[in-house]
Design a protein around this ligand. Sequence first.
Ligand SMILES: [Fe+2]
Length: 413
Amino acid sequence: MDGAMPVSESPRPWPQAASRVPYWIYSDPDIYSSEMEKIFYGPHWCYVGLECEIPEVGNYKTTSVGERAVIMVRADDGEVYVVENRCAHRGAQFCRDKFGQAKEFACPYHQWVYALDGELMGVPFRRGVKRKGGMPKEFDPKANGLKRLRVEIVNGVVWATFSEETPDFRSYLGERMWAHYTRVYDGRPLKVLGYNRQHIPANWKLMMENIKDSYHPGLLHVFFSTFGLFRADQESATEVDETGRHGILISRKGEKEANDVSTSIRSFDADLELADPRIIDYHHEWPTPQTVGMITIFPSVILQQQTNSLSTRQILPKGPGGFDFIWTHWGYKDDDEAMTQRRLRQANLFGPAGLVSADDGEIIEFSQQAFEAYQNRETMIEMGGHDVECTDYMITETAIRGMYAYYRQVMGF
Ligand SMILES: [Fe+2]
């Protein structure tokens, strides 16, 4: 844990216990601005992409860290850089393609030109025309390149941070989460299988909460409860790191069965049958028997392993009331064709229209609607008590409490 975290004074008092969350943190624009500064631009690693998305020199991908547009690019020295997509001159976001191949970057406004690593290479009419106009003599191009973020590439995943205070990525995760991270991101080269993009009209924190919430999957998701992928009577665990900010939901797949637990779930439907059962055809491939490992890496990304379906789900906040959600479905580069097809089939459970994930996007929107209509109300996160701990059961909100324990510290609540 990084001990240097500044704790500032709160403009609004937190209502009472750590197991209650006030609605106004989801709708107040001042709190949102403060989250951008203290969280997304503060001492945290944010996800920007997979290294395999930019294999060749000149390949780039545009994305954002918080609301700030950045470019992840492989420069002439072969290294990956993350630079701001913001011209040093007048601030224009000059690179508009999602992906591309470039020798250099040029801003269309006044054609300032940057090398791939962000260095300023050219300023048209820098010395004026006929000795009139131009930049002042003391203008130093070396000091006016694109701002570079700190970058760490960890087993194929590219992380960036604006802060000099952010500890190295492994320390940032903590050893417990590091073990979960490296179980799936084990150093084997990755390949992208496809993308989904959606906008969800709900506060960004609700997506983090959703994936830390082990209580809901067996209830909200008819597909999970019915076909036995994630149900309250199955072997499971919830873990958090020392700070509480990161977490993982672990579960082990069962079978479709009518038992005491499943028949008590309103969404369980014994009559449903899969026309093509290959969609849940799980193939054991990692050292531990868990079939679900949903990691939340605060604040920017969810790393999904659900049966053999793998994805990163990036959170790009767009004001307090919405965020873009970018799904990158991936596999290992050395997967055979059968495994690639299996991962692609299983990916139909996820994404904006997924048989499971469509439920989440919609339900957090319903919560957001209440948060915007009321001010002085609170949500309850008391399932499993008031503590933050690792558990070997699902009916708990401990990982959400963990995130808010950390959030209150960073935000000064
Ligand atoms: Fe869910």
